[in-house]
Every structure is written in C-alpha cells, then in structure tokens.
Design a protein around this ligand. Structure first.
Ligand code: GLU
Length: 443
C-alpha cells in the first residue's frame, strides 16, 4: 500500500515535471514555441477582462508522441518519432497539417499547432488548432517506405483524429498523395470510407478543387490588398521569394502574372537572381524536375546570405520558421513582407520592422488560404456535394479580403502592427469561447 506521504510526493513530482517540461520548451532560446509565447505576451494588454483566460493559450490541450517503426526496403526496421498536438479545441475540431521534415520536434509542433488555433480564429473558421509531424527526411525514403511510414503514423494517432475531432492536412514535406494514405488507413480502421478525416486529398478522393493552389493564392490576395493600402503598385515591383514549394511558387507565379518581377528565389539547393525577373512558370517546372532551384538557366547563383540584401519591394518568406532575425530585419530592403511560411519572423525582428515602417502581413492571415479551402473541402465532404473551382476561389477571396480588412482596421484602431491586431481578433474569439464553455470536469 502506498503511504499518504509517498502519494503526496508523487503528486508533487508530477506537477514539477509538468511545469519543468513546459518551461524547458519555452526556454529553448529562439525556439518556435518561444516565438509564439512572446507573440501572446504582446497581445495581452489589448484583451481586457479576457486576459484572465490567457493561460489557456500558453498550454497545449493535448500532445501525443508516437513511435513509428518502419520496415525499410532492405528489410531493416527504423524507428521515427511522430507527433500530433491539439493546441486548442474551444471553437471546434482541431485543424492543421502534418509535416515531414528532419527538424520536426515537440517544440516546433506545439508552436505550429498554436499558430493554427490563431489562424482558424482570425478567419473565423469553426475549428481549433492542431499540428502533426514526423522527424524524417522524406527525400531519403522510397515511395514504399514513405507509404508505410504514413500509414503506421496514421494508425498510431487514429484514436485522436477524426472528422469531428481533429482533421490533418498537408504541410512541409507532405502532399495529396500522403493525405490519400491517411484517409485510406483511417477508413480501413473505421470499417467505412471517411473522406472528412483529412483535407488536401486528391480531387477524386473527396479533395477540393483549388486546394493545392489555395495557400499561394491567399498570399497573393492578402499581399495585393495590403500593397494597395500602403500605395505600393504590384506592376513593376520586385519580389524576392524564399522557398519554392507549393506556397512560394504559386504566389510567385501570380505576382509575375500581375506584372511584378520575381528577381530572387532561394531554397535549400541555392539562391538564384535575375534583375530582369525570373520566368516563374519555367522555374516551377525546373524545381519539379530537379528538386530545387539550383541549376536554373537564365539566372545567376548568389550567396545564401545575400538573399536578405536583395533590392525588392516585396519579400515572401515561404519556407520554414525562424528566418527573419533581428540582424536581417535591420537590413531588409522590402516595404512589404508576406509570410507564406508559418513563424518566419522572430519577435525582436517584428519590432524592428515595425519601427522601420516595413509592413508584415503575418502568417496567421497571409498563408490562411490553405486552411480556408481545407474548410471548404471538409464542408463538401460532410455534405457530399461539391463546388466548382470558380465558386471556391470566389468564396476564398471574399473570406480572406474581409479578414484582412478587419485586421487592418483593428491595427489602425489599436495603433499596433498587423500581427498583434490579428492576434487581438483571434484571441477575443477563442477566449470568449473558453469563457462561455467554462471548465469541466473540474468544477
Ligand atoms: N499546413 C497548412 C497551414 O499551415 C494547412 C493546414 C490545413 O489545411 O489544415 O496552414
């Protein structure tokens, strides 16, 4: 029998452990989770009575770490670490992508899930925020290994996902094909086809028209709207893009079609420059064939760090988090930064850019086109009634334009930057839901 003293000690240790774990993630310098916490601190003074509930946003509701054993093609077994974090479910089921990348860890997935909570709330979509991932370099795996990895991961997280619980989607390193495996694995485990468990699926499996291009399109739509507010014409503007995957390439193509010159593109294979403007369509094909921008004809290769000195009015970070440091923020030439990536700007850099008059359209609104069409996909799956691409794009543009207008007006009213104004709108919605739902069990 356990003595009362031992029980008390165990309880005490358990609490300490929770606090320490939380702190150790928060204190990892420059970590994504720390960036998120700093952003939350900045919104606090604007929340009035709702500030009393702010700790809800500093504590992810649920975090699952899973071991994913995979039989490799040579017969050996490798173990990968996978995650699914549901940051907040106050406003609806969790929503957010699955990332396959060698740098994925709990800290990163926690931050990415929290940014989804804010993002769905800014857009007023009926979702909470979640994110998943596996620490793996998908480029190193064969197609068959990737399929086994995805299916085993899905099976491991299947008890916490579902169309009414938490709906994954693509993110860095995943795509519609991976989503098809997630849908199939979950469906087989349930005993019937459940299309609404995941979004970003291939169109013939219940995917939505317009989903693949939606994130890049949203970057373009929000970018044009804010450019107009600050009197920056798109035609003739120079654009620099970091990351030429699904998001960066689509945004670059749309800007080029509107008369902007995409002068510099950087990805993990190199940094290419052409003062006259790169042919973005040809570059997209080159990347699809060669896996990166390096070696693209009709451009000069420059040093990676020189990317941040390029003369361009519009900068689109569309790769990973933690790219715009304080040092880079001091020297950036851009007037407008469009965050296609999640979390590319450090909080100190945000302050510097604000002081320098550089407008940042924050990730939680700028790249929200993807999750908005994910919402449409989920609605279409639930009703088994599918919309045309024109209808989808029109609805997407309307939702995004209205949200950007609200974020812009709130920033004027509160005299703050667009990130803080987006957080004010989102946190009010989330914390109001939190307040109205109350705490149960536990009361
Ligand atoms: N991974 C994307 C994002 O960061 C899309 C998420 C979704 O569609 O649920 O917003």
């Amino acid at each position: 029998m356990i003595s009362e003293q031992l029980k008390a000690e165990a309880n005490h240790n358990k609490q300490d452990f929770a606090v320490e774990t939380h702190l150790s993630y928060a204190q990892q310098n420059n970590s994504a989770w720390m960036t998120y916490l700093a952003q939350i601190e900045r919104v606090k003074p604007f929340l009035g009575d709702l500030t009393q509930y702010i700790d809800t946003l500093k504590n992810p509701k649920r975090a699952l770490i899973v071991d994913v054993p995979v039989v490799m093609d040579d017969g050996s077994i490798r173990h990968f670490e996978g995650y699914r974090v549901q940051h907040n479910l106050s406003r609806g089921p969790g929503k957010g992508g699955i990332r396959f990348h060698p740098n994925v860890d709990l800290n990163e997935v926690m931050a990415l899930s929290a940014w989804m909570t804010i993002k769905t709330a800014v857009l007023n979509l009926p979702f909470g925020g979640a994110k998943g991932g596996i620490r793996v370099d998908p480029r190193q795996l064969s197609d068959a290994e990737l399929e086994r990895l995805t299916r085993r991961y899905t099976s491991e997280v299947s008890h916490i996902i579902g169309p009414q619980k938490d709906i994954p989607a693509p993110d860095v390193g995943t795509n519609p094909r991976v989503m098809a495996w997630v849908m199939d694995t979950y469906s087989i485990e349930q005993g019937h086809t459940v299309t609404g468990v995941v979004t970003g699926k291939p169109v013939h499996l219940g995917g939505s028209l317009g989903r693949v291009k939606a994130t890049g399109r949203g970057v373009f739509v929000t970018g044009c709207q804010i450019a107009q507010k600050i009197g920056l014409p798109i035609a003739g503007s120079r654009v620099a893009v970091q990351g030429f995957g699904n998001v960066g390439s689509e945004a670059a193509i749309l800007f080029a079609e509107t008369g902007a010159k995409v002068v510099c593109v950087q990805d993990h294979t190199g940094t290419i420059f052409n003062e006259a403007g790169l042919n973005t369509q040809a570059l997209q094909q080159h990347v699809q064939q060669h896996g990166g921008v390096a070696g693209f004809a009709d451009a000069t290769e420059i040093e990676a760090e020189a990317f941040w000195d390029v003369q361009a009015e519009i900068l689109i970070p569309a790769a990973l988090e933690g790219q715009i440091t304080a040092e880079r923020a001091e020297k950036l030439q851009a007037r407008l930064v469009l965050e296609g990536a999640n979390g590319p700007t450090y909080p100190e850099a945000d302050d510097i850019l604000h002081r320098r008059g550089v407008i940042v359209v924050p990730d939680v609104i700028c790249n929200a086109g993807g999750v908005t069409v994910s919402y449409f996909e989920w609605v279409q799956d639930m009703s088994s009634f599918f919309w045309s691409e024109t209808e989808i794009n029109q609805r997407l543009d309307t939702i995004m334009r209205d949200a950007v207008a609200d974020v812009w007006n709130k920033a004027q009213e509160k005299n703050c930057n667009l990130r803080t104004s987006a957080y004010i709108l989102a946190c009010e919605r989330i914390l109001m839901a939190r307040k109205e739902r109350g705490i149960y069990p536990g009361k």
